[in-house]
Design a protein around this ligand. Sequence first.
Ligand SMILES: [Zn+2]
Ligand SMILES: [Zn+2]
Length: 117
Amino acid sequence: METVKLAIMPKCCLCAQEAEYDSPIDGRSWGYLCPVCMTTHGSASAGTRLEQQPLQQPLQQPVYGIEATPIEKVVLEGSNRMIKCPVCSDQRHVEPDAGYDYLCVCGTRVQVPEPFC
Ligand SMILES: [Zn+2]
Ligand SMILES: [Zn+2]
């Protein structure tokens, strides 16, 4: 099922809950459906999933990433490090001496930890 990102989530056409799908209703005209009405009136094969677009937020406090590279590899071989996002576990290669933060795919600011402490 395709996903569409929307800034403002519409209401379900049938019960006024927050909608999560755009789908033919009972096989007829399209409308917005909440998860409950989707199971009874929607069409999973034709429908589209709606997702809230993340709002433009002020920069959050970065959270420390998880070091996923054995430290000897970094020290002895100067290998790039692998940092894991603590929120979504997405991994990213960074320079051995990286000391910055980056924006993870999940929207979390991940601080690359100091390599040698
Ligand atoms: Zn509904
Ligand atoms: Zn993440």
